[in-house]
Design a protein around this ligand. Structure first.
Ligand SMILES: Cc1ncc(C[n+]2csc(CCOP(=O)(O)OP(=O)(O)O)c2C)c(N)n1
Ligand SMILES: [Mg+2]
Length: 1020
């Protein structure tokens, strides 16, 4: 029995054209296999078959217009049941093999390595909480006896029934209080003490003496590296204070937690705080990964084997993984990295090995909106593979981060409010005894009331100052420390410098499930630098230490160097056989490998066969479409290529419908880690909003910063996950480079591979949207990024040739470039690809048309993007009405032409005695007649870039100035890039060149009503 396959609900559309038929009579198909592709001027979607079976007949052909309910084909039901049965069997088999494969893939050796790594993480031993004496720490307590009764009850519950029961009761109490009208929200901020009480701390299995010695050596070498460089040349700069404050935070991770990448395990990913780079180099030096010469060449990268100022994968491609020094980028990039890791796992593309992403940032860095702006995504997506460590040294560059408040408390509230697990590491072990000895509650009270400006001052002074200013405020507290010397008081350490506290916090973070963790560690900026730079406002900038300071630093950290060696600022590395070096190497070996280290073992992706692009190379006939639509069509085709399909990562910040990409929702699904818990209101429709745990589209919501971070995560997957992915991030072109340029720069530094697509581009093409939407400069911004390859194509075939080459370069040849393509929303017909133009399309220009029949005078007309069409119209008018011949060039990329021009010019200048080489622009134009007229929908400087590479007179036109709303026609007239202005300006240019009399130009200006008095649009 045959069943009809009808067109499902396609939303608001009627009479939509069939542009492709994907099955024929006799084909046996699966459920959801595409039958036809429908295309309106707004979107392109495949219609899937609702059943499996054998197509018995097709009822439509290409070019037919269909609406909801139109019958596309008949499918044979007899086959249906058979097919269904075998399909479900097959499915079970597939599922089975997947599961089996997954388990088998985890080789016993891998398990061993993972277990070994985990075994360094000691399991928490259950300890009983000793009875605490609660007391009146709150001066506002009006009935201490009643308070004590409540506290005793709590104590009893905690002892008998544990934390969960206590938490339940507290919640019940608060809920009840709210019901009764209690209107003071309970704070998300806990007292200014460590989150993990000493009794619950998991102890480090490490040898603390050796670890301290190693840490001291790293401290010395890191500081020496900066001082040495600046002694050589004070221009070089550098930072000592940042790493000095963070050394313990890094050391504990390196010795015990962060697993390296090897052939059995993917490795943890660590985003190091940019300014702490010297510390990472210093450790690598001890590990034997960097030489003393390299350390001596810190911040010297020209002509010597030196080290980058900060983490730059571009400059140290085997070492650094993530560029983090532009503050705020590390945090947001790492959140999306953690999310992308889960995406790959949920899509079944990589194994879940329990890898973690660790991110280090400064407390000052949290001022950046990028640092905190995406933290809710991390908890919403339950990123328990993500751990932030915020080094709260209370200072940034100029002074305190929150002199009048407490940054740790502020951040605790923000992160806890956003749903993170917060672990505060404020006080070191020396405080434990004092805290337990204090029966008055005043110590916590005093800790709570002091602001960061005071805490900074305490550490800039000495023990007696702390005694007087901190403990001295309450006589009870003064008594508490009366038996301690000033030296003892000075020794009261901060949590972030205490390896035990740090270990316990990291251990807890590793075990946290279902949410991300932030560790707020209190430290001292410039720790150990003494009077020259500890906890003082100028610490951040301190890069020169005098001899006395260096000697103090050596003594402070027991570095076995003589005075003379110190004065020479020598690095220190103990013998390979020393306990320290053996210990350090053994720890890394146990943890599976080096860190940081950048490698890639990904396999190249074969570029798709030509036929995937074939229908884009043909004429669209009478059909009009935009290049954005052509792109969507191309991506739909690519999803049929077995090598490419699963690797495509379409990324969109809430604009899929604008770009006609909603067809992807049904076809490949929107990634959602929890799947879809609701039936979408449009579930009956073809482009229903379908969320799926295995979904492929990253629908980011309205965040270009987030979308760009996803682009970088996907585009660097070849190194971070050894798996090549192909991100295609499509955005409103105005909200791309202009909005997230710093991230795009970081994408270049990270050697990201992928396609950025600035859709709805061009200052006059996006007509109605106006000033803040109309982009006339993203191409120029793109030209500033060295490894960004950019094009502004006009026709579908150009786009196809460029895209295919992009895939070849990035994924077959594995070149570290990324592409920027501008596409438009203007509909027009697309011609068939002319012969022999592929090379020109890729190089940046090719001859599209010649008007040769008229004779006397000729002009070279160059057009890019949509303005090429104005140029073609202008060429026709010049030929028909003025007898002027022209060569019309399609310029696909002024940016690429400029790169070629620069290169050739430089080569010629470097080889003065040799025959001059021709730039590609010259090659194209030398034997052509007449001046050059070049125009685009971008600022004039876009076309101006090639002016130096031709000896011809050159006139460029573009859209300099602010955009505004109006029709395309009016806008092109306003910006003087329409066919009329091009005709008039061409005639004027020819007159200036004395090739025609000026009266023709004057007449044209009059004829086209061009107002000579109208100011240039940049002034309007
Ligand atoms: C986007 C950006 N703005 C400004 C700077 C300059 N800068 C470098 S370090 C620094 C202060 C950092 O303070 P914090 O985050 O607290 O780190 P710390 O050195 O104290 O650990 C500033 C302003 C930068 N690197 N990036
Ligand atoms: Mg700081």
């Amino acid at each position: 029995m045959s069943t009809e396959i009808p067109v499902p609900d396609i939303g608001d559309f009627e009479s939509i054209e069939i542009i492709e038929i994907l099955v024929k009579a006799g084909d046996i198909i699966n459920k959801n296999d595409p039958i036809v592709t429908l295309e309106s001027d707004k979107s392109s979607v495949e219609v899937p078959s609702p059943f499996a079976g054998k197509i018995s007949s097709l009822n439509v052909k290409i070019g037919d217009k269909v609406s909801k309910g139109s019958v596309l084909a008949l499918i044979d039901n007899d086959e249906l049941n058979e097919k269904k049965k075998s399909e479900s069997k097959k499915k079970i088999e597939i599922e089975k093999t997947e599961v089996v494969e997954k388990e088998e893939n985890i080789l016993p050796v891998t398990e061993k390595i993972i277990k070994q790594a985990e075994s360094t993480v000691v399991q928490k031993s259950k300890k009983t909480i000793p009875k605490k004496s609660y007391s009146n720490g709150n001066a506002a307590d009006i009935d201490p006896i009643e308070t004590q009764e409540w506290l005793d009850s709590l104590d009893a519950v905690l002892k008998q029934d544990g934390n969960d029961r206590a938490h339940y009761l507290l919640k019940k109490l608060t809920d009840e209080a709210y019901k009764e009208g209690f209107n003071k929200p309970l704070t998300r901020i806990t007292p200014y003490i460590n989150t993990i009480p000493p009794e619950l701390e998991v102890k480090s299995p490490g040898d603390q003496n050796i670890e301290r010695r190693i840490r001291s050596l790293i401290r010395w070498n890191a500081a020496a590296m900066v001082v040495k460089a600046n002694k050589k040349n004070p221009e070089l700069g550098g930072h000592i204070g940042t790493f000095a404050s963070a050394a313990t935070l890094y050391d504990v991770g390196m010795n015990h937690f962060w697993r390296g990448k090897n052939n059995k395990f993917g490795g943890d990913l660590v985003y190091f705080q940019g300014h702490s780079a010297p510390g990472m180099y210093a450790r690598s030096f001890l590990e034997g990964r960097l030489s003393a010469t390299q350390l001596g060449n810190f911040r010297q990268e020209v002509g010597v084997d030196g080290l980058s100022s900060y983490p730059h994968p571009w400059l140290m491609p085997k070492f650094w993984q993530f560029p983090t020094v532009s503050m705020g980028l590390g945090p947001v990039l790492s959140i999306y990295q953690a999310r992308f890791t889960k995406y790959l796992i949920n899509r079944g593309l990589i194994k879940d090995e329990g890898r973690k992403i660790w991110t280090f940032l400064g407390d000052g860095e949290t001022d950046e909106p990028e640092s905190l702006g995406a933290i809710s995504l991390a908890s919403r997506e339950k990123l328990d593979n993500l751990i932030f460590v915020i080094n709260c040294n209370l200072q940034r560059l100029d002074g305190p981060v929150r002199g009048n408040g407490k940054i740790i408390q502020e951040l605790e509230g923000i992160f806890r409010g956003a749903g993170w697990n917060v672990i505060k590491v404020i006080w070191g072990s020396y405080w434990d005894q004092l805290l337990s000895k204090d029966k008055t509650g005043l110590l916590i009270k005093r800790m709570n009331e002091c602001v960061d400006g005071e805490y900074q001052a305490f550490k800039a002074n000495d023990g007696s100052y702390v005694r007087e200013k901190f403990f001295g405020k309450y006589p009870e507290l003064k008594d508490l420390v009366s038996s301690m010397t000033d030296r003892d008081i000075w020794k009261l350490n901060r949590g972030g410098h205490d390896p035990h506290k740090v270990y316990a916090a990291y251990d807890e973070a590793m075990k946290t499930k279902g949410k991300p963790t932030v560790i707020l560690a209190k430290t001292i900026k410039g720790y150990g630098m003494g009077k020259s730079g500890e906890s003082i406002n100028i610490t951040h900038q301190q890069k020169k230490l005098g001899e006395d300071d260096l000697l103090y630093y050596r003594d402070r950290f027991d570095i076995p160097l003589t005075d003379k060696q110190v004065k020479n600022i020598e690095f220190y590395k103990p013998d390979e056989k020393s306990d320290e070096i053996r210990y350090l190497k053994e720890r890394r070996m146990k943890l599976g490998g080096n860190l940081p280290e950048r490698t890639s073992f990904s396999k190249p992706i074969k570029k798709p066969e030509k036929d995937i692009f074939e229908n884009m190379l043909k004429s669209s006939g009478e059909r009009e479409m935009s290049t954005t639509m052509a792109l969507v069509r191309m991506l739909t085709n690519l999803l049929r290529d077995k090598n490419i399909a699963s690797r495509l990562v379409p990324i969109i910040p809430d604009e899929a419908r604008t770009f006609g990409m909603e067809g992807f929702f049904r076809k490949i699904g929107i990634y959602a880690h929890e799947g879809q818990k609701y039936e979408p209101e449009d579930s009956e429709q073809l482009s229903s909003y379908r969320e799926d745990k295995k979904g492929q589209v990253l629908e980011e919501g309205i965040t270009e910063t987030g979308a760009m971070s996803s682009f970088i995560a996907a585009g660097t997957s070849y190194t971070n996950h050894d798996l090549e992915m192909i991100p295609v991030y499509t955005f409103y072109s105005m909200f791309g480079f202009q909005r997230v340029m710093d991230l795009i720069w970081a994408a270049g530094d990270s050697q990201t591979r992928g396609f950025l697509v600035g859709a709805t581009s061009g200052r006059t093409t996006l007509a109605g949207e106006g000033l803040q939407h109309q982009d006339g400069h993203s191409q120029i911004l793109a030209s500033t990024v060295p490894n960004c390859v950019s094009y502004d194509p006009t026709f579908a075939y150009e786009l196809a040739i460029i895209f295919r080459e992009g895939l070849r370069r990035m994924h077959e040849k594995q070149e570290n470039v990324f592409y920027y393509l501008t596409t438009m929303n203007e509909n027009y017909k697309h011609p068939e690809i002319p012969k022999n133009c592929e090379k020109g399309i890729l190089k940046g220009m090719y001859l599209l048309k010649e008007f040769n029949n008229k004779g006397k005078t000729k002009v070279q007309l160059l057009g890019s993007g949509t303005i090429l069409r104005e140029i073609i119209f202008a060429a026709e008018i010049l030929s028909k009405e003025y007898n002027i011949d022209s060569d019309v060039w399609s310029v696909t990329s002024f940016n690429e032409l400029r790169k070629d021009g620069m290169m050739i010019e430089r080569e010629n200048l470097l080889n003065p005695g040799e025959n001059l080489k021709k730039s590609y622009v010259e090659e194209c134009l030398t034997n052509r007649e007449g001046p050059v007229i070049a125009a685009s929908d971008y600022m004039r400087s876009f076309a101006d870039q090639i002016r130096p590479y031709t000896s011809k007179s050159f006139y460029s036109f573009g859209t300099d100035g602010y955009g505004r709303s109006d029709s395309r026609k009016n806008l092109r007239n306003f910006f003087e890039v329409d066919k009329k202005h091009i005709v008039a300006y061409t005639l004027s240019a020819l007159a200036k060149e004395q090739l025609i009399p000026s009266k023709y130009a004057e007449e044209a200006i009059k004829k086209y009503n061009i107002d000579k008095k109208k100011p240039i649009p940049t002034l309007l």
